[in-house]
Design a protein around this ligand. Structure first.
Ligand code: ARG
Length: 475
């Protein structure tokens, strides 16, 4: 029975087999192989492991490469940053002679003696200019009445008689402007007492392109009863209507003539655009290590202090009479004229005798210190300050004899609102006949916003002759 039972169990093995049974029957056959099934089962993952080993190698290699690249990038970054700062540091102290490949101390550049081969360090330097003659054309009174000058007859107002558009263009060009010259006529009777009595002069026919002072002939009165008034530039149009110390945030669109004059990417002084190519600033901004023209950039159109997109400068002229804060004015010529637009427009130069009186409301703008011994401001600041009378400002209690006719004082005698370090060269403006006019240039002060120590500004009215002469000499 037991045999048959054995048989019975063997029978199915010889008959139709299930897959598992088949595998069981194959096992003995496999045993003839050098390795048993158990070993095979162990080996199989072994065979898998072999091809996997190179896989793991590429992964770690890749990791190593990424790590190396990252390290190189970081190291390069550090080197570049360090290099940049070292270059900045060197740039603030040394001048590099490109041809002789050597460094000289910055104050040796533009000192009048050549320290590089070929005098490379003396080639592009701040120049001085002294106006010894009277610039023969001017606009006078808030109305902007045109006057011409000659030695014998002095200043005469120009009649409207025989005046042509050509004369308008020629005269504005003489004043340094080519942008949109405009002419209006004014009745002689409407002029103030000092002007209405003459003397007068009028153009001769066919003189449109001659300089206006040679095109005119003296008259005892104007046949038309009218005189010429000129607006020579699309100027003085700010937006809506103060740190600077005690000021408030301002937008460049509202004070679009404001310029940041920079050296080595750092704000150094303020300035005012008076034409697409000329910036008025202070002479004291261009002394000592700051006489090399090529190092300067003029940044325009920015509310927030930035060193990006600065215009290069090809000429800097300071007043030849500048000394101990007197005649503190300079003009900076941009290498190419700016394209004007929102946030980039000239301020008007004031006519002679704009008639400012003590208390006239003025506005000063700039990125200078927010407090004495403070820091420059990241965003443009403005402050409204009144004009202080010459008498008051030159009283012994305030600045005494330090105040010359080339200076005006503005601010609060109780202190609290003032320009400060870094505002120098920047504009002090006055709104008159709905145009902003440059009446002062930030110059000096004792401390900032102190009681009884107002800000002192270069008196543009007294320097107009110099400004026009510079623009004419450097066209
Ligand atoms: N000299 C200064 C400058 O270089 C400006 C001084 C103006 N000071 C004053 N208290 N308003 O920036």
């Amino acid at each position: 029975m037991s045999e048959s039972r054995v048989h019975q169990t063997k029978q199915p093995s010889s008959g139709v087999l299930t897959k598992t049974q088949q595998a069981d029957t194959q096992q003995p056959r496999d045993t003839t192989d050098p390795l048993n099934p158990l070993q095979q089962a162990v080996l199989r993952p072994g065979r898998h492991r072999k091809p996997m080993t190179p896989h793991r190698n590429t992964a770690s290699k890749r990791k190593r490469v990424v790590l190396t690249v990252l390290t190189v990038i970081v190291v390069l970054g550090i080197l570049v940053t360090a290099g940049y700062f070292i270059k900045q540091l060197i740039d603030t102290k040394y001048y590099f002679c490109k041809r002789s490949i050597k460094f000289i101390p910055l104050d040796k550049a533009c000192d009048g003696t050549s320290d590089c081969t070929d005098g490379e360090d003396e080639l592009t330097c701040v120049s001085s200019f002294t106006d010894n003659t009277t610039f023969p054309v001017r606009l006078i009174t808030p109305a902007g009445v045109l006057q011409v000058y000659n030695e014998g007859a002095g200043w005469r107002s120009v009649c409207g008689d025989d005046w042509t558009e050509k004369h308008t263009a020629t005269t504005c060009q003489q004043l340094g402007y080519t942008q949109n010259p405009q002419r209006t006529v004014l009745s002689v009777t409407a002029l103030g007492a000092s002007l209405s009595k003459g003397p007068f002069t009028a153009v001769q026919s066919g003189t449109g392109t001659s300089p206006i002072q040679t095109a005119t002939i003296d008259r005892t009165e104007c046949r038309t009863g009218q005189v010429i008034s000129l607006t020579c530039s699309d100027c003085g149009q700010g937006g809506s209507e103060e740190r600077i110390v005690g000021g408030t945030d301002a937008l460049i669109q509202d004070w679009p003539w404001q310029v940041s004059l920079q050296q080595n990417g750092g704000h150094t002084c303020g300035g005012s655009l008076v034409s697409p190519r000329w910036v008025v600033s202070a002479a004291h901004c261009f002394t000592g290590t700051k006489r090399e023209v090529g190092r300067w950039r003029a940044v325009t159109g920015k509310t927030y202090m930035s060193s990006l997109g600065g215009a290069t400068v090809d000429r800097i002229v300071k007043n030849g009479r500048y000394g101990s804060n007197d005649y503190d004015i300079a003009m900076v010529r941009l290498s190419s004229p700016l394209s004007l637009g929102e946030g980039r427009r000239p301020v008007c130069l004031p006519p002679k005798d704009l008639g400012l009186i003590a208390g006239s409301p003025l506005v000063v703008t700039g990125w200078g210190y927010l407090e004495e011994k403070g820091k420059t401001s990241a965003s443009l600041q403005k402050a409204s300050i009144p004009l202080i009378s010459r008498e008051k400002c030159s009283s012994p209690a305030i600045y005494g004899s330090n105040i010359t006719p080339r200076m005006i004082c503005a601010g609060l005698l109780q202190g609290g609102v003032d320009a400060c370090q870094g505002d120098s060269g920047g504009p002090l403006v006055r709104l008159s006949s709905s145009r902003w006019r440059l009446v002062g240039v930030v110059s000096w002060g004792v401390g900032c916003a102190r009681q009884g120590r107002p800000g002192v500004y270069s008196n543009v009215d007294q320097l107009l002759n110099w400004i026009h002469s510079v623009m004419e000499e450097n066209q």
